[in-house]
Ligand binder design. Structure first.
Ligand code: NAP
Length: 256
């Protein structure tokens, strides 16, 4: 991504799940465009790798489990201590699960919910007061899975739908308070989560068959949409779902 394409220089940005996949691409795109970036996730080495190659004063890695409200509170404290404010939050961290509903035990459900839904609530409740102070905004990495159903993905899809509805409802509640909330909506994107599926020609062909543009997404396809939503160019955009899915969600879902 070309540096200085998006007006986010000197903004302080928090990216959850910034140590891999889509979150890493988003964090690096903000860094390339001159923002200060805090990356959060459970694996310290992965976070450090995201920041590698950028000036140390531009980045901060904070080991955080977003399912733990205290850890998210400490993450926001560490961000404010280091950079003195917070302008943009990217809620990207998520867990994934698939399988038949009757194979999903309660521990499994609570586990995915604790990261995907509770994690969002923790991030939102500790960062929205700061965004209100800075006139900032929050971008959620949603999914086409949050728009409708998928076979054998009921739990994951339900969690993505929940946080996408939070985006719409909180956009209403926070609009008058000067905070915007939006979601980018990817379809299958090549990351560690989808690596096995992408490496299997039959599975990949099925996935590509649903994409108008004829290929699955790359993390670098998603990042520019996040930067645009977070930038002043999108000052009149809130409560929006921006599909970055190669046309996947334009379809009724019937095979062609
Ligand atoms: N790949 C796709 O096809 C696709 C499609 C649509 C939407 N999405 C969405 O894109 C986002 C990124 O996914 P991805 O594909 O890039 O997968 P990924 O590489 O596995 O990224 C997920 C990130 O979340 C972090 N994470 C997981 N649990 C966490 C926790 N409890 N606390 C803090 N961080 C946690 C992981 O880091 P640690 O393990 O170090 O904590 C990891 O860096 C997700 O919201 C996903 O739902 C992905």
């Amino acid at each position: 991504m070309t540096a200085n394409t998006y007006d986010v220089a000197d903004r302080t940005v928090l990216v959850t799940g910034g140590g891999s996949g889509i979150g890493r691409a988003i964090a690096r795109a903000f860094l390339d465009n001159g923002a200060r970036v805090v990356v959060a996730g459970r694996r310290r080495d992965a976070l450090d790798e995201t920041l590698a190659g950028h000036p140390t004063e531009q980045g901060l890695a904070v080991e955080t489990d977003v399912s733990d409200d205290d850890q998210v509170r400490d993450l926001v404290r560490a961000t404010l201590e280091r950079f003195g404010g917070l302008d943009i939050v990217v809620n990207n961290a998520a867990a994934y699960t698939s399988g038949e509903f009757d194979e999903l035990d309660l521990d499994g459900w609570r586990s995915i919910r604790s990261v995907n839904i509770d994690g969002f609530v923790h991030v939102a409740r500790h960062t929205l007061p700061e965004l209100e102070r800075s006139g900032g905004n929050l971008v959620v990495v949603g999914s086409v899975s949050g728009l409708r159903g998928d076979w054998q993905q009921s739990a994951y899809n339900a969690t993505k739908a929940a946080i996408m509805n939070f985006v719409q409802s909180l956009a209403l509640d926070y609009g008058a308070r000067g905070v915007r909330l939006n979601a980018v909506v990817p379809a299958m994107t090549e990351t560690p989560v989808t690596a096995d599926a992408a490496a299997d020609p039959e599975t990949l062909a099925k996935a590509v068959d649903r994409v108008a543009l004829g290929r699955i997404g790359q993390p670098e396809d998603i990042a520019p949409a996040v930067l645009w939503l977070a930038s002043p160019d999108a000052a009149y955009v809130t409560g929006a779902f921006l599909a970055v899915d190669g046309g996947t969600s334009a379809s009724t879902g019937q095979a062609h």
